[in-house]
Design a protein around this ligand. Structure first.
Ligand code: PLP
Length: 391
């Protein structure tokens, strides 16, 4: 198998698994219990909190463990909106957010909040001036993602955050795709909240983090015990949290080297595919993008069919189109970037990771062009276009 879908999830690192194992077996104490045995679980939890904090230069007390990246986004957006609705009920977001953000905002709209959804340019970029223009007296929160999961575009979060500070509006950013790929320093970056997920950085699924800046108040989504400073009730997923901590420690150690190598491999794959396949667009920003994502629109064919044929060759990739998202609409993100439906349907995303090799990229370059050719031969759209370009 050739795995090129690291933006969807990653393989748990063996060192992460090894760190987790004791907490799935003999170290089963509840961190809230008083005896010494449970204290060891508590210590593991606090050690993980320090590991996460170290990667983003935060105070460990600003780290809230959640049940994943989606939950962290929801906690930031709904939790902040609920806690501050007496100050205003207007929220600003962008059209290319992950569904965890978009649907959380839609839920708030149903509850009487107002949401402004900013458009993006052809590269998927939100411009800070747009945020400034959308600000109102009753704006309480801006939520704009850091790195986009479909096309990899990196948003100007420092500028947007500075604007929010000026206007005393809270700023949340979904940084699930950027953790471990870009250095994040919350002592410098003007953000109030950031969402992260363990399984995107070689950690376990079902664990996430909300970075919650000291003094920023959110209402919990889950009420119950006093865990996580009363922001997220429920007995902690100790093993998962230990895995998140370890994954952050490893990401810190490997980030520079890994990403340089992965970006080089990604560019190699992109250049070779672009040279081999006609009528193919490279989507997203040419430079301001995550090091591991290459995204394309291959004209005249369906992303879904490409995925099935790649799968038959043992290659795992992804597409923003059709059934991958459980709907027949092409990716909301590509449409927001101004691509017509017909072109957005032919989207293909490859996202590389630590274990990918040049040989694997060569294999993709060998396999994909004939797949595209075969699908185009079956496509009426392609026949018409080919005839038109002949005349
Ligand atoms: C994967 C992802 C999420 C959701 O994280 P989960 O841990 O799977 O809930 C949120 N935002 C972005 C940008 C993602 O890529």
């Amino acid at each position: 198998m050739i795995y090129l879908d690291h933006a969807a999830t990653t393989k748990t690192d063996p060192e992460v698994l090894a760190a987790m194992m004791p907490y799935l077996t003999q170290e089963f104490g509840n961190p809230s219990s008083v005896y010494q045995f449970a204290g060891r679980s508590r210590a593991a939890l606090e050690n993980a909190r320090e590991q996460v904090a170290a990667l983003i230069n935060a105070d460990p007390r600003e780290i809230v463990f959640t049940g994943g990246g989606s939950e962290a986004d929801n906690l930031a957006i709904k939790g902040y909106a609920w806690a501050h609705q007496d100050k205003g009920r207007h929220i600003i977001t962008s059209a290319i957010e992950h569904h965890a953000v978009l649907h959380a905002c839609e839920r708030l709209e149903k509850m009487g909040f107002e949401v402004t959804t900013l458009c993006v340019d052809q590269y998927g970029l939100v411009h800070p001036e747009q945020v400034a223009e959308a600000m109102r007296d009753d704006t309480i929160l801006v939520t704009i993602m850091h790195g986009n999961n479909e096309v990899g575009t990196i948003q100007p979060v420092a500028e947007i955050g500075a604007l929010c500070r000026e206007r005393k509006v809270a700023f949340h950013s979904d940084a699930v795709q950027t953790l471990g790929k870009l250095p994040i320093n919350v002592k410098q970056l003007p953000v109030d909240m950031l969402a992260f997920s363990a399984h995107k950085i070689y950690g376990p699924k079902g664990v996430g983090v909300l970075y919650l800046r000291k003094g920023v108040r959110v209402w919990p989504l889950i009420d119950g015990g006093a865990q996580e400073r009363q922001v997220r009730a429920g007995t902690e997923n100790v093993a998962g949290i230990v895995g998140m901590g370890k994954a952050c420690e490893l990401a810190g150690q490997r980030m520079t080297e890994d990403n340089a190598r992965i970006a080089e491999l990604r560019d190699y794959l992109r250049d070779r595919l672009m040279a081999e396949i006609p009528y193919m667009l490279y989507t997203g920003h040419p430079e301001q993008r995550l090091p591991n994502i290459a995204s394309f629109c291959i004209r005249y064919i369906e992303g879904e069919s490409i995925l099935l044929m790649l799968d038959a060759e043992g290659i795992c990739a992804s597409s923003g189109s059709a059934c991958t998202s459980g709907s027949l609409d092409p990716s909301h993100c590509l449409l927001a970037m101004g691509l017509p439906h017909a072109i957005a349907h032919g989207s293909l995303r490859v996202s590389l990771g630590r274990e990918n090799t040049r040989e694997e990229c060569d294999r993709v370059v060998e396999v994909l062009p004939p797949i595209v050719q075969r699908l185009r031969e079956m496509s009426p759209l392609y026949g018409d276009a080919a005839r038109q370009s002949e005349t």
